[in-house]
Design a protein around this ligand. Structure first.
Ligand SMILES: [Zn+2]
Length: 135
């Protein structure tokens, strides 16, 4: 997975480490918890968090985004927001989450997270909605 860093996230870089080769590299805060390709050993990894960026702006980590989508009471507020933007629906089977588009196809949740975090408007709306739980 290639790392695209949107302009609004430039100052939002966290320091992470590769669990395979211990190489350290930077990634936007919002990508914490997502799959990465290690720039050194090229292994597919979930980087270990070393230091979060100080200026995190309105970004949310992928880990937090997943919590918002799967846990109550968060999901009761967050899923309707996602639906109003994209027309997606959420389905829960045990602990697994399936997001589907209007055509019924499964949506990649990491891609959806990237899409939201690449848009300053969506990013801020989600942050404000989530803020009432986390503050
Ligand atoms: Zn590595």
């Amino acid at each position: 997975m290639n790392v695209h860093v949107p302009d609004n996230a430039r100052r939002d870089l966290a320091l992470v480490g590769c669990p395979e080769c211990a190489f350290r590299f930077e990634t936007p805060n919002y990508r914490l918890g997502m799959r990465h390709r290690c720039p050194e050993c090229e292994a597919a990894i979930k980087p270990k968090y070393v230091r979060r960026a100080q200026d995190s702006g309105y970004s949310l980590s992928f880990h937090t985004f997943l919590q918002l989508l799967t846990m109550r009471p968060y999901r009761d507020d967050i899923v309707p927001l996602i639906s109003s933007w994209f027309g997606y629906t959420a389905e829960y089977q045990g602990r697994s989450l399936f997001i589907r588009n209007a055509a019924g196809r499964t949506v990649d949740v990491e891609n959806m997270h990237e899409m939201i975090q690449s848009s300053p408007r969506w990013q801020e709306q989600l942050y404000r909605k989530a803020g009432k739980f986390f503050r």
